[in-house]
Design a protein around this ligand. Structure first.
Ligand code: ZN
Length: 556
């Protein structure tokens, strides 16, 4: 009779939507898979977090009500929501929670020894919702999102581990779990009995804790609203619903929740259960790559989109706004990434005590087809310990990110270049304020297309950059009047056999920058359109001489 596959989702109540996003997408690194509204109250958000596609068993959802009053944990509720991680990830999470100022308890060992043994870290979100990260060998069987900033897939959360119910008397609740829903009893430890369903293991566990006489729970921020059990399809849902009726409980009719179909009922201990179908899933109304980026509305609310959007609080994804305060409390460098400030980007703060880098921030600008991660290793070798700001180009050329459009190889769309340069300059200004960067210390490091927009920044926005390392660059455009680049330094690395950035282009760019008053160093190498070790070494020496020694600052 095992027709419940495990947990489908857990839905909880939160207060501030942005804090909720910052914590679950930012700190815990769950993917924000859907931003929609409460279908019963379209003026409040409904957030869904999960793995890369929001698989059943990974989905944690919230109704964030700004200013919501706190609820109270007690009987008749799911009180603890547990996430599964690999046993090797435990240390990572202890360090990460510490670094983000999240108070935690543990790790403590729980359960029988052997492959069923688990290590648990307990903590709460901003609203007091009780959470656990549970290291368990079985986590491997569940999927994770591998693209969370700063969280490699092996350390990422692999869906739910289980949920804990608090009930006055466990008997009737356990009877429904076993006789009606097909759960199997596993073991008992200190008054808590564990059950599993489906294939068993993390994602299917429910712990029932009998605490007669304990205060009854009250709904509100920081409490779980309901837990949904996963059923394969509509037919199975109706079969299980029938059994719920036969058990003397009172399920709702099937309700269409757009991303799944739902039946709700209250079990004898007072906990609200849902039976949710696995299909259709979250890609029903937006592509998998763009999950969570836009507000999605069900058909009945689409005509009211403008009004709904005007009422909903503004949110951004995932968290750079908190970056500065996070660094202030952090014990070491912490990456930040997100799509706030107008660009998907990464910001790597300066390493603690990195005197050499001074106030220098490397602005990394990748070549066509690269992304915000590409040039981080280059930045680290050019100036170890320096802060790095690395945006991803917003123009897509057959799926390959670039910083501006081109009409053909070597033929730039000048109107687009002008707009994109201005857009990038605004991002740099916003990021400088957000991350408290020294405005006098920005040095662009660009390769190819990235070098070309860096050249455009130099010519269009003199004073924004203190210097630039231009690798395999071309002349971005011919300015009608040269800017004043006195006090600006540029390093040009070029290949004699570069078919894309030919010699004449490189020489023209160098003389243009010199004529504008910049101090220009050109490094030629016997190579094509590429970055070589020799070139990196030369650029590194140039940075030491012209940027970090302080000599170049005279005259600014
Ligand atoms: Zn639900």
């Amino acid at each position: 009779m095992t027709q419940i596959r495990g947990i489908h989702h857990v839905t909880a109540i939160a207060s501030d939507p942005q804090r909720n996003l910052d914590f679950y997408a930012g700190v815990l690194g769950l993917r924000f898979v859907k931003r929609t509204v409460n279908f019963d109250d379209p003026h409040t958000y409904h957030f869904y977090y999960g793995d890369d596609v929001g698989s059943p068993g990974s989905i944690l959802t919230f109704f964030p009500w700004p200013g919501a009053r706190r609820g109270r944990q007690g009987t008749g509720q799911v009180t603890v929501t547990s996430f599964a991680v690999l046993p090797t990830a435990l240390g990572f999470w202890i360090e990460r929670l510490l670094r983000h100022g999240v108070k935690y308890e543990g790790p403590t060992r729980r359960g029988p020894s052997g492959s069923e043994s688990e290590q648990v870290i307990s903590f709460k979100d901003h609203d007091g919702l009780m959470l656990e990260i549970v290291a368990h060998a079985g986590a491997e069987a569940r999927s994770a999102w591998g693209d969370a900033p700063g969280i490699p897939r092996d350390n990422a959360i692999h869906g739910f581990h289980g949920v804990t119910l608090w009930v006055g008397d466990g008997g009737p609740s356990e009877k429904v779990l076993v006789d009606t829903l097909g759960f199997r009893p596993l073991h008992e430890e200190r008054g808590t009995r564990r059950f599993e369903s489906g294939d068993g293991g993390p994602g299917t566990f429910v712990d029932v804790r009998s605490i007669g006489g304990f205060v009854q729970g009250a709904g509100g921020a920081g409490t779980v609203h309901h837990v949904a059990w996963s059923v394969a399809d509509d037919e199975t849902q109706l079969t299980v619903r029938e059994r719920v009726v036969n058990a003397g409980l009172h399920p709702t009719p099937v309700i269409d929740r757009n991303y799944f179909h739902s039946v709700y009922f209250r079990e004898p201990g007072g906990v609200l259960y849902e039976l949710a179908t696995n299909p259709p899933g979250f890609a029903i109304d937006e592509p998998v790559e763009q999950l969570g980026e836009r507000l999605m509305l069900p058909a009945q609310y689409e005509p009211h989109r403008a009004e709904i959007e005007a009422i909903l609080p503004r949110i951004h994804l995932p968290v750079p706004a908190t970056a500065v305060s996070a660094f202030a409390e952090s014990t070491g460098p912490e990456d930040v990434s997100g799509d706030a400030l107008g660009f998907v980007h990464r910001y790597v703060p300066p390493a603690a005590g990195s005197e050499v880098a001074g106030g220098t921030t490397l602005l990394l600008l990748h070549g066509t087809g690269g992304d915000e991660n590409d040039l981080l290793p280059l930045g680290r070798s050019l100036l170890p310990g320096a802060a790095m700001l690395s945006p991803r180009g917003k123009v897509l050329e057959r799926g390959a990110p670039r910083f501006f459009r081109r009409l053909a190889e070597g033929v730039f769309d000048q109107e687009d270049l002008a707009l994109r340069t201005e857009e990038l300059a605004r991002f740099i200004e916003a990021a400088s304020a957000t991350y408290a960067l020294e405005r006098d210390g920005l040095v662009a490091v660009g390769f190819s297309n990235g070098a070309n927009i860096a050249g455009s920044l130099l010519l269009r926005r003199p004073g924004l950059l203190r210097g630039a390392v231009l690798l395999s660059p071309m002349v971005p455009y011919e300015p009608s009047a040269l800017p004043d680049l006195a006090g600006t330094a540029a390093f040009i690395g070029a290949g004699r056999n570069d078919p894309i950035a030919p010699k004449e282009q490189v020489e023209r760019l160098a003389s243009m920058l010199r004529d504008a008053g910049a101090e220009v160093t050109v490094h030629w190498q016997n190579a094509g359109h590429t970055v070589t070790k020799d070139e990196v070494d030369a650029a590194q020496r140039w940075i030491a001489r012209h940027i970090t020694s302080g000599a170049g600052r005279v005259g600014r």
